[in-house]
Design a protein around this ligand. Sequence first.
Ligand SMILES: [Zn+2]
Ligand SMILES: [Zn+2]
Length: 347
Amino acid sequence: MNALRNFAPLQLNEWQPQRRSYSSHTDSFVPKKLLTIILTFIETLNMDRRRFIQSTAVLAGAGIFLRNPVLANLFPSAPFTIRMVRNNVGIFTERGGTIGFAETSNGIIAIDSQFPDTAGHFIDEVKARNAKPFLYLLNTHHHGDHTGGNIAFKGLVQHVVAHENSLKHQKAAAEKQNALEKTVLPDLTFSKKTKIKAGDTKVRGYYFGAGHTNGDAVWHFQEANVAHMGDLMFNKRHPFVDRASGASMQNWIDVLEKTIKKFDQETIYIFGHALNPGEETGNREDLKKFQDYLDKVLRFAESEIKSGKSKEEFIKSTAIPGVTEWTGDGIQRPLTAAYEEVSGGKN
Ligand SMILES: [Zn+2]
Ligand SMILES: [Zn+2]
């Protein structure tokens, strides 16, 4: 089977679509009095959007970001969200996998790059916030919604780092599309673990085995205790399982177990994708829920295969027994992968 052709159309579904409407539960984020103060503040200074974002960094702890519908309406063209997660580590979301970053004392470390256009927005925004140079770009895995924007970092970063299998897949995909010259590939790779230091910040990369692909790195900012999971975490969103690139749902459960054991209760995790905007980060309970979800999909496939159900019938299922929190479209992706994995890679 052609691996590239196999993952390309599925990958489209992996992207988090840009939300133009905002759910009502975020309404309560800004108390009226505080909102009045903010609005007066903006009016008084007649700030442009960029300066407003910088100023709101001080409000980050209160969970007040452009995601708030009232604030978002002030800037209807705001295409992205950037927010600090803890200490000097933040996330950027627009289209594709969540970008993580650290503003170190020496410069910027970025994790994943979405697409060329959105990576450009990210770079502009970070430059406006911080005069320090970009140092490293780390990739969690090869998929285009995480590495397509690597090209925007050309000449900006000193190194691009990924797991060795991720490099193989990135290179193969670029060669297949005859797009090597439009691609920035990792120049440093690792197999089990690696560490990078930039000023006051240390980041470690871990490979815990095949999960979403066979090249998923978990990047952990040690001082802030924030770990970027890449697509090893789909929060409440049906995952893409890239079997053509060595994915394994059963092993994915073990990878999450190893992750939980490696880090601690205080660790904040960044997720590659989330169903709901604003839920791109979480804790070990979220990892356990996803582990449980993967287990339920596999057990469902096992029992249905045992009772003689065909793959075609099985992937028409609209629910997974016992799963309530994973909703939205794309249920066929894990169902297909689970059926193939349980039946031994055939069908
Ligand atoms: Zn992704
Ligand atoms: Zn992916």
